[in-house]
Design a protein around this ligand. Structure first.
Ligand SMILES: C[S@@+](CC[C@H](N)C(=O)[O-])C[C@H]1O[C@@H](n2cnc3c(N)ncnc32)[C@H](O)[C@@H]1O
Length: 317
C-alpha cells in the first residue's frame, strides 16, 4: 500500500492496446463541470451507490481511469463535479465503447437515428412493437453491416425497450434479453445524450480487457482508477455476471487482483467494488476493505431483492 500517488509523464503512445480512440488531452478544459448522467441503463450501475463510494475516492482533481465502464455512473458523477482533469474509460464490450464514442463524436446523427426507431416503435400496436424489437435484436452487427451510429442506435433502442432495461448477452456475446412492454419508453432522450456528449469531450476511450490496464495507466499518467468488475457470485445459482458475455471466472478475479497489485506498485491509487464474500476478502486482504450496502434490483425473484453487502477495496489510507 502506498500513501502518495506518483504521476508518470504522459506517453505520446496513445494507441496502446485494442481500439484506442483517444483524442488529444485537453487538460484543464475537462475540469469545467458538465452536468450529465449515464445514458445506458446498466446491470450493476453504480448510480445509487455513489454517495457511499465517494468517501473512498481521493480528494481533488483526478487523472481518472475506469476499467469496467458499463454505464459509467461514477465517471459522469465526478465529471459533474469538475473533478476530472483527464479520463480514460474502458470496457471489453465493443458495443459499449462504440456507444460512448458515437455519443461523444456524433450525437446529432445518433439522435436522428433514434428518432426514427422511436417513431416506428411508438406508432405500432403491441404486436408491432414486439416484432420491431425482435427484428432489431436479430440484426447483430457481426451479420448485418451497419455504421457505428446505427450500431449505437440499435444498442440504445434495445436497452430502452427490453425487459428490465437489462443488457444481457449469451455465451457467444449475443444480446438476448426479451421485449419489455413499457408503455412509452424514452427512446431518444436528446437532453441526456447532449449532456453526456459534452461530458465526454476530450475523454479517451478504449476497448480492451482489464489486463491491459497497468500499461494504459502508465501511458495516460493516471493517478486514480476505479474498477467495477462483474461480481464474484455469492452462490452457484447467482448469475449477476451473466450479462458480461460469458463468465468472469474465479481465475479472472485472481488476475484482476494481480492487476491491482501492479497498479499499487506503480503508485496509482484505486478503488474496487465487488461482492462481499470470503474469496474476494482473501484476494484483497492486504488492502483497506470497507463494507457498502447496495439495493439489489436485478433479481427475478421479488423476495430476494433488498439490500446486499458489497465491498469497497482501496489501496490507500
Ligand atoms: C458491473 S459492470 C460495470 C457497471 C458500471 N460501473 C456502471 O456504473 O454502470 C461490468 C462491466 O465490465 C465489462 N467487462 C466484463 N468483462 C471484462 C473484461 N474482461 N475486461 C474489461 N471489461 C469487462 C462488461 O462489459 C460490463 O460493462
Amino acid at each position: 500500500m502506498h500513501t502518495a500517488s506518483q504521476i508518470q509523464p504522459l506517453s505520446p503512445r496513445d494507441r496502446a492496446i485494442g481500439l484506442d480512440i483517444a483524442r488529444e488531452d485537453p487538460g484543464a478544459a475537462l475540469e469545467r463541470p458538465v452536468q450529465a448522467s449515464p445514458f445506458l441503463k446498466w446491470v450493476g450501475g453504480k448510480g445509487k451507490l455513489i454517495g457511499q463510494l465517494e468517501r473512498h475516492i481521493p480528494q481533488g482533481s483526478l487523472r481518472y481511469g475506469e476499467v469496467f465502464t458499463g454505464g459509467g455512473a461514477l465517471f459522469f458523477h465526478l465529471r459533474s463535479q469538475g473533478r476530472v482533469q483527464h479520463a480514460l474509460l474502458g470496457d471489453r464490450s465493443l458495443d459499449i465503447v462504440n456507444a460512448l464514442t458515437v455519443v461523444r463524436d456524433q450525437p446529432g446523427a445518433l439522435i436522428s437515428e433514434l428518432r426514427g426507431h422511436e417513431l416506428a416503435y411508438l406508432s405500432s400496436d403491441a404486436e408491432g412493437r414486439a416484432e420491431y424489437f425482435y427484428w432489431m435484436r436479430s440484426r447483430h452487427p457481426a451479420e448485418v453491416e451497419q455504421s457505428d451510429v446505427q450500431r449505437a442506435a440499435r444498442m440504445l433502442f434495445l436497452n430502452r425497450t427490453c425487459f428490465n432495461g437489462l443488457w444481457r448477452e449469451n455465451a457467444s456475446g449475443r444480446f438476448n434479453s426479451p421485449h419489455g412492454r413499457y408503455e412509452k419508453p424514452a427512446i431518444t432522450q436528446e437532453p441526456r445524450l447532449r449532456a453526456a456528449s459534452q461530458a465526454l469531450q476530450g475523454v479517451a476511450l478504449v476497448q480492451t480487457d482489464f489486463r491491459a490496464w497497468p500499461q494504459l495507466a502508465r501511458d495516460h499518467g493516471l493517478d486514480f482508477v476505479y474498477l467495477d468488475p462483474p461480481y464474484h457470485p455469492l452462490n452457484a445459482t447467482s448469475s449477476f455476471n451473466a450479462y458480461s458475455g460469458g463468465s468472469f471466472s474465479a481465475q479472472s478475479q485472481a488476475d484482476l487482483a494481480e492487476v491491482c497489485g501492479e497498479l499499487d506498485r506503480m503508485g496509482v491509487r484505486w478503488l474496487l467494488s465487488n461482492s462481499d464474500c470470503p474469496f474476494i476478502r482473501d484476494l484483497y486482504g492486504r488492502w483497506q476493505i470497507d463494507t457498502v450496502w447496495a439495493a439489489r434490483a436485478v433479481n427475478c425473484k421479488a423476495e430476494s431483492r433488498g439490500e446486499v453487502r458489497e465491498v469497497a477495496v482501496r489501496n490507500w489510507k
